[in-house]
Design a protein around this ligand. Structure first.
Ligand code: NAP
Ligand code: MG
Length: 500
């Protein structure tokens, strides 16, 4: 198959061709070791950039810079000045949206329309939302009587202070929003940051760090170290100079982060894996359900922590829903994101494609029936077709494990089975997202209460918004991002009692 997609712009090519190092105290530097790694375009498998591979030495230098900045000029920024910086970051992201969009497509395989929406709208809106917070982070006066002091003889209050130096480790799926989710609360609360982006897609995080500097963030506030998880990531999680780790990634690595953080009892927030259920009741509006469920599962090629990957559908509408989703899947145009007519991009790597194919095979061996997809198209890059498996059971491998690929596992249920559907929906170690599809809002509310997940939506899946808290229950994580709650893990409370 020949690729007719338009090439990247001159600005993007210039960015790709640069020497990419680590941002430490406002300067891009190579690795002490001189080592580098190649960044690939998953739509071709070709190398698009070369990036310095950092480790313990770079992490240590970055943490020191972050500590100095925390105690330096950044601590003298007023809340209004931090607001202005966040607003400016939003404006600059909007100015650079074309570059960010092309980098995001080339580095992580997003389709153009989605990458465009993320870079021109989602990311600026998120920074603007957080730009509103610095001037609204308040403590409280407390009606305390320290050592029996009477009112008028003392004053007790709380101060909300930045938690300190934050170490953030992010995954490769949707890498720009992942960096945004760490940088915005850091700036809003007055913390400083060492960010370790995923080795598989580090480019837009680097550009965003530069944008922050241009927006007036002082040197050392946002540092970025590239490298592998085993080297740079592990050094960051274990570093005694880091006060808090904000991690997004797999549940397996999340456990390693917790162990490493125990050394100095860093605070930890974790945004981990998911295996989110969608429950479609007999009265649901199929015009809503069919495109909604297809999008929920196949969005970002299924490489999406909140993807709706387990579909429980009433037996009366099962065939219609499955056929509707399968026809959307079959009609999706698979191709590189740089081609604006593609609506389904590649998986991130050859390894990820092997994993996904392995899960589909395991499901078929265990008795699932393949309705569509299941193959890699014969073309360069790491493409895999959107796939639907029916007659699946909870104990099947593709139903119980997070695949992180475009594989929908369908089960059906009959009248009066709602209790068992809720039990099945919860029969996973994950608890990130879930959705209920029905016209009966009373029934929807019952299901909302029963689903053990940090986010449950009705007649829509994974309704993300800057103002809505998002995060996982059970082994999907600790803490929340987004919204006011997303600031809490970046703040600490000091209780102050004054007498005279
Ligand atoms: P991953 O393998 O856990 O990697 C995530 C990050 O951790 C990467 O930067 C990785 O570095 C680093 N890392 C790996 N081993 C490490 C170690 N021993 N110590 C410190 N850091 C280490 O996850 P992924 O494959 O990139 O991303 C997919 C996973 O992320 C899925 O499970 C998905 O559900 C989850 N996710 C969750 C959310 C959420 O909000 N809940 C959002 C997006 C993704 P390198 O890869 O560069 O080696
Ligand atoms: Mg890449």
């Amino acid at each position: 198959m020949t690729d007719t997609s338009p090439g990247p712009s001159r600005t993007t090519l210039d960015f790709l061709g640069r020497e990419h190092g680590h941002l430490i105290n406002g300067r891009w530097r190579p690795s002490v070791s001189g080592e580098t790694f190649d960044v690939q375009d998953p739509a071709t498998g070709g190398c698009i950039a070369r990036v310095a591979a950092g480790g313990a030495a770079e992490i240590d230098a970055a943490v020191r810079a972050a500590r100095a900045a925390l105690e330096g000029p950044w601590s003298r920024f007023t809340a209004a000045q931090r607001s202005a910086v966040l607003w400016k970051v939003a404006d600059l992201v909007q100015r650079d949206h074309q570059l960010l969009c092309e980098l995001e497509i080339l580095d992580s395989g997003l389709p153009a329309s989605l990458a465009g929406y993320i870079c021109a709208t989602v990311v600026p809106e998120f920074f603007r939302y957080y730009a509103g917070w610095p001037t609204k982070i308040e403590g409280a006066t407390v009606p305390a009587s320290p050592q029996g002091k009477l009112p008028g003889e003392s004053l007790s209050f709380t101060l909300r202070e930045p938690i300190g130096v934050v170490g953030a480790i992010t995954p490769w799926n949707s890498p720009l929003p992942m960096a945004m989710l760490k940088i915005a609360p850091v700036l809003a609360t007055g913390c400083t940051l060492v960010l370790k982006p995923a080795e598989l897609a580090p480019l837009t995080a680097m550009r965003l760090a530069e944008i922050c500097a241009e927006a007036g963030v002082p040197d050392g506030v946002i540092n970025l170290v590239n490298g592998t998880g085993e080297s740079a990531g592990a050094a960051l999680a274990a570093h005694p100079g880091v006060d808090k780790i904000a991690f997004t990634g797999s549940t397996e690595v999340g456990r390693l982060i917790v162990r490493a953080a125990a050394s100095n009892l860093k605070k930890v927030t974790l945004e981990l894996g998911g295996k989110s259920p969608m429950m479609v009741l007999a009265d649901a509006d199929l015009e809503q359900v069919i495109p909604g469920a297809a999008r929920a599962c196949f969005f970002l090629q299924g490489q999406n922590c909140m993807a709706g990957t387990r579909l429980f559908v009433h037996e009366r509408i099962h065939d219609k829903v499955v056929e509707g989703i399968a026809s959307i899947a079959r009609a999706m145009k698979i191709g590189p994101g740089m081609d604006p007519s593609s609506d389904f991009g590649p998986l991130i790597s050859a390894r990820q494609r092997e994993r996904v194919a392995g899960y589909v095979e395991a499901g078929r061996r265990e008795g699932a029936e393949l309705v569509c997809g299941g193959r890699s198209p014969a073309r360069p890059g790491y493409f895999f077709e959107p796939t639907v498996l029916i007659r699946t059971r909870n104990d099947m491998t593709p139903v119980s494990q997070e695949i992180f690929g475009p594989v929908l596992c369908v089960q059906s249920f009959g009248d009066g089975d709602l209790d068992s559907v809720a039990r099945d929906a919860n029969s996973t170690v994950y608890g990130l997202s879930g959705s209920v599809w029905t016209r009966d809002l009373g029934c929807a509310m019952q299901m909302v209460r029963r689903i053990d997940a940090g986010q449950v939506s009705v007649n829509i899946h994974a309704a993300i918004d800057p103002a809505m808290p998002f995060g996982g229950n059970k082994q999907s994580g600790w803490g929340r991002e987004f919204g006011k709650e997303g600031l809490e893990p970046y703040l600490k409370t000091k209780g102050v009692s004054m007498t005279w």
